[in-house]
Design a protein around this ligand. Structure first.
Ligand code: NAG
Ligand code: NAG
Length: 321
């Protein structure tokens, strides 16, 4: 009975799935849109195509259910290494002509027009950045309104992702209950010419206070045009220096993890920024209506057994007791 059920599941899973994943635009999923068509993902976030069942959608997705370094995770002390932003070289030119903004069904994604990241003697090129709602990583146990993933690829086909939390801000003094930045932090920020007000919790992530990030407001100003999966629009010119400076003013919580979408490939160099971006409530509501929900459940700590293996072991034990 059980065997038949699983055979049926396996048969159902043999149809080749088309994925427009986190790795869209990288070697794992080259952008093949000569005809201008935007691919629509066939995995999802709920039910039988949701993250509990991603491994069954395609044999290539096995890491989703057996990998032991899966993302996202709860970013608590001990699972990451704090890396100074100055240890990375980040350079993203402004996208003066605007760029393509696509609805892949599972996320909305901005195609990069250049951008390099260098660390440990390796160089990566920015491919795209996309958005998750709510955040996939947890900031010391707490989900954030959204998370932006900037996906980079090296010549040697290594992948790095910079994750940046996005908070909803509603104008002046949105956040008052956090500690003031230290004079050193404040000086560093002003020396770098930082506009957005940032408040920093001790050793934790900063809180975007008051000001929506101009880059996000600019991108999402045309989000209505891509409300339907498979559609795309050209953004207005995008000034990238604002976000680059903001990220450089913080640090990174670094760990080795995976893509947060099928095929859940591991060996991904994660850098979760301690700086946060801000989004206006109006744009957050607009983006929420479009994305709905696209967050994979928090995975086990790096190096620990995959939670789906843990869960199935428990189910078998429970059935046999
Ligand atoms: C916070 O950072 C300071 C200085 O970097 C360090 O001495 C202290 O141990 C850290 N506290 C925690 C809770 O990690
Ligand atoms: C993380 O949360 C724990 C418990 O909730 C708290 O004790 C700790 O100070 C927090 N760490 C940071 C960096 O905020």
């Amino acid at each position: 009975m059980g065997g038949q059920f699983f055979r049926a599941l396996l048969l159902a899973a043999t149809a080749r799935e088309v994925f427009a994943s986190c790795a869209h635009g990288t070697f794992l999923q080259p952008r093949a849109e000569a005809d201008g068509a935007v691919p629509i993902s066939t995995f999802g976030y709920t039910g039988r195509i949701g993250p509990l069942n991603w491994a069954a959608l395609d044999a290539a997705n096995s890491a989703c259910s057996i990998g032991t370094r899966q993302s996202p995770i709860d970013m608590v002390q001990g699972v990451f290494t704090m890396v100074a932003a100055s240890d990375l070289t980040i350079d993203i030119p402004d996208f003066a002509e605007g760029t393509e903004f696509e609805n892949l069904g599972t996320t909305i994604e901005v195609i990069a027009k250049g951008g390099t990241l260098a660390f440990s003697g390796k160089s990566f090129a920015l491919q795209q950045f996309h958005f998750h709602l709510p955040s996939e990583h947890l900031d010391n146990g707490t989900s954030q309104a959204m998370e932006m993933h900037m996906v980079w690829q090296s010549e040697a086909q290594e992948i790095a992702v910079i994750g940046v939390y996005i908070d909803v801000v509603d104008g002046a003094a949105a956040v008052t209950s956090v500690a003031e930045p230290t004079p050193v932090e404040r000086r560093g920020r002003f020396m770098r010419g930082q506009e957005p007000a940032l408040q920093r919790r001790q050793n934790g992530t900063a809180v975007a206070a008051g000001t929506p990030t101009v880059l996000l407001e600019t991108i999402f100003s045309v989000a209505d045009a891509i409300a339907t999966p498979g559609t795309k629009v050209t953004t207005p010119p995008l000034i990238m220096s604002e976000v680059v400076n903001l990220i450089k003013a913080g640090n990174f919580q670094a760990y080795s993890g995976s893509l947060t979408t099928p095929p859940c490939s591991e060996g991904v160099n994660w850098f979760v920024s301690t700086s946060k971006l801000g989004i206006s409530a109006a744009n957050f509501n607009k983006v929420r209506d479009i994305i709905g929900f696209n967050s994979r459940f928090p995975q086990n700590s790096p190096g620990q057994p995959n939670l789906l293996m843990v869960a199935s072991t428990f189910a078998v034990l429970g059935a046999s007791i």
